[in-house]
Design a protein around this ligand. Structure first.
Ligand SMILES: [Zn+2]
Length: 114
């Protein structure tokens, strides 16, 4: 989606359509890192539906604008992906996963071993 946005707003498609401009490449890298640290893992809800707002306010706004622009254009390029994403957005977000315990400590609710 960033690629669609970048192509139309920053004119990066010309010589090499697969390249993002520096600004969008930064944004992509930021998103990738956030995603890698997402505690939901593969169960991640769509970002609009997520209870954890892991983006900073400026990144969040920029991403929202980018998605609003590229979203409808996804239908033409990746129809199945776009539809799957819309359906995904209707799924309620799962509850926040519990914090991962630090270090090798026993779970509180485990029966006491004798
Ligand atoms: Zn760009």
């Amino acid at each position: 989606m960033l690629r669609i946005y970048c192509r139309d707003h920053h004119g990066s498609a010309g010589r090499n359509a697969s390249r993002l401009c520096a600004e969008c490449a930064d944004r992509f890298e930021y998103a990738r890192k956030r995603l890698a640290g997402c505690p939901y893992g593969p169960d991640k809800p769509t970002c609009a539906n997520c209870q954890i707002h892991c983006y900073g306010p400026s990144q969040r706004e920029a991403t929202r604008v980018m998605m609003r622009y590229a979203g409808p254009r996804m239908i033409g390029r990746h129809p199945l992906l776009a539809i799957a994403h819309v359906l995904d957005g209707r799924r309620p977000a799962p509850p926040k996963p519990r914090a991962v315990p630090h270090g090798p400590q026993a779970a509180d609710d485990s029966p006491v071993a004798l």
